[in-house]
Design a protein around this ligand. Structure first.
Ligand SMILES: [Zn+2]
Ligand SMILES: [Zn+2]
Length: 546
């Protein structure tokens, strides 16, 4: 069984694994978009690498763009096979793809206009709304907890991952040489006891686990304090007569907030007459999908819904889909809770609310998620005195709060709890989907707790071969022969797609080199090892030179 690592390798975005099918062709597990920095985002245009024509199936763990956002690009490039996902993910994906396509088109238009002023070529978007529509037509639902055949010799079981609505860990059984190999892809693993949706389910043991490590080196704050803090801020703002602006993420975080607000409102912990406004078409559509899937709620939310206290049951809740409705919010006098995108305040309607309120000392802004470097949200959290909004410098006199208890991802101890029951002597755990430092810290933690466990932190484009016989593990290799070259060569040259076949062929040769070394009965002699190290560092020099 061969699996190529196409994304979320020593980084958190671009999740994608390319599995060689038993009967030929490939299956992609996730197909996410790369985000963060120009070099990284160029990988989104390396469509040839994903082999759309030879791919027979795509299986998606959950609807987040870093796991699904490249699918319409592959469809644009000719992929026409099935796209499998759980029912709730199937319902969320068309909404999110449509939104992503719309943004891609706007960005391309903006760049094209800029280019034309400089006599440069027009820019083609990564994909268009029609590609998103075509991708949506290929979606096929999978039931949870049921082994389903998707190709000859290949079955998939979806298990609740507890990350967002519909999120699944995928356990694949691959028929090979008369036997079966099993491999689990964790997807993004949620937290135990989080709001709204069920806790992560622990998959049965497999031969290999690809595991996310987003918070491999971190422990989360307690959610209980976060709820008290939220209620406290709302009451303070109400007394001061100010607006509460919550830049929010459309999927999961918005619905979690709606659950919390509903609970606090029904229990009279917040003022009964405070207007609560959901001002994001994307979050409104996503919330409708949440309402359509009560079977995925945890016991607490089921009970709340039974009492009529469900996610959208607050009497003063208003949703504003059109721009016109959104503008009317500005004329509300006195306190109101306004939830609007984007979650990092780098775009979207929340900027209009900032323009109208951020300079008021009685306004409160609550950030409920990670704020990336370079975003308006990050600048405010770091204490900026003013920020630029629509080319206008706006004073930041509002009180800025960060609620740290929300997270869709398991922390280090929760990751360990998820993994522990799946450990057996022949298991290989491949650690992915984390910043390199976090992933390596998690690997070190595993080595400390489970010294016998085989773990591996691959590099981009590494091919993992899982033989039927005892595994020859690449982890045992000396550092000098790690295939760093393949990654560097491709990253540096991803501007020119024409260069890709050569770079790929170098990558393959390095793979053979690694396999050859891993398969040796005894180590190389010190002389040969020194020679090899010398040759490899020279090769590295050439590949890295400008
Ligand atoms: Zn996710
Ligand atoms: Zn993710």
């Amino acid at each position: 069984m061969k699996i190529k690592c196409l994304g979320a390798i020593r980084t958190v975005t671009g999740s994608c694994y390319q599995l060689e099918n038993p009967q030929g062709g490939y299956t992609l597990i996730d197909c996410g978009i790369f985000q963060g920095g120009r070099q990284t985002e160029l990988r989104n245009f390396n469509t040839a690498l994903y082999k759309p024509a030879e791919t027979k199936a795509i299986v998606i763990t959950h609807a987040h763009m870093d796991h699904s956002g490249l699918v319409p690009r592959l469809v644009k490039a000719g992929y026409s096979g099935p796209i499998y996902a759980t029912e709730a993910t199937r319902d969320l994906l068309p909404i999110l793809w449509q939104d992503a396509a719309h943004i891609q088109e706007l960005e391309a238009q903006w760049k094209s206009r800029k280019n034309s002023r400089q006599g440069a070529k027009a820019v083609e978007p990564l994909y268009r709304e029609e590609d998103a529509e075509a991708a949506a037509k290929l979606l096929r639902p999978l039931k949870l907890d049921r082994e389903e055949g998707i190709l000859p010799g290949l079955t998939v079981t979806c298990l609740t991952a507890g990350h967002i609505l519909g999120a699944a860990s995928l356990r694949l059984a691959v028929g090979e040489d008369g036997g079966t190999k099993t491999v689990t892809f964790s997807g993004d693993i949620g937290r135990v006891g989080q709001l709204l949706i069920k806790d992560p389910e622990i998959p049965p043991p497999s031969d290999v686990i690809f595991m996310e490590t987003t918070y491999g080196n971190r422990l989360h704050k307690d959610l209980g304090n976060t709820i008290d803090e939220l209620v406290g801020i709302i009451n303070q703002a109400y007394r001061e007569g100010g607006k509460i602006i919550i830049p929010t993420f459309a999927v999961e975080r918005t619905q979690e907030l709606l659950v919390l607000l509903a609970q606090a409102w029904h229990e009279n912990k917040i003022p009964r007459d405070i207007p609560i406004i959901l001002d994001s078409p994307l979050a409104i559509s996503a919330s409708e999908v949440y309402l359509a899937h009560p079977e995925l709620y945890d016991a607490e939310t089921v009970e709340l819904a039974r009492l009529g206290h469900g996610p959208m049951s607050v009497g003063t809740l208003r949703v504003t889909r059109t721009g016109e409705e959104s503008q009317k919010i500005n004329s509300i006098n006195g306190p109101a809770i306004i939830m609007a995108g984007s979650g990092m305040a780098n775009a979207g309607r929340v900027l209009h609310h900032f323009k109208h309120n951020l300079w008021r000392p009685n306004c409160h802004v609550i950030f409920v998620g990670f704020q990336a470097q370079g975003t308006t949200g990050r600048r405010l959290v770091e204490g900026a005195k003013s920020v630029k909004i629509f080319r206008e410098e706006v004073l930041a006199k509002a009180k800025i709060h960060t609620l740290g208890g929300f997270s869709g991802h398991a922390d280090q101890s929760e990751l360990l709890t998820w993994l522990a029951p799946q450990i057996h002597p022949n298991l290989l755990v491949v650690l992915t989907h984390g910043e390199e430092s976090g992933t390596l810290a998690f690997q070190a933690k595993l080595a400390e707790l489970h010294p016998e466990l085989n773990t591996l932190v691959p590099r981009w484009l590494d091919v993992l071969d899982v033989p039927s016989q005892p595994m020859a593990l690449p982890v045992a290799l000396p550092a000098a022969v790690r295939p760093a070259l393949a990654e560097t060569a491709l990253t540096e040259t991803s501007l020119a797609e024409s260069w890709l076949p050569e770079a790929e062929s170098f990558g393959r040769r390095l793979g053979r080199l690694r396999d050859g070394l891993a398969g040796r009965q005894e180590p190389l002699s010190p002389e040969k090892l020194a020679l090899l190290e010398d040759l490899l560092s020279r090769a590295e020099e050439i590949a890295l030179s400008r």
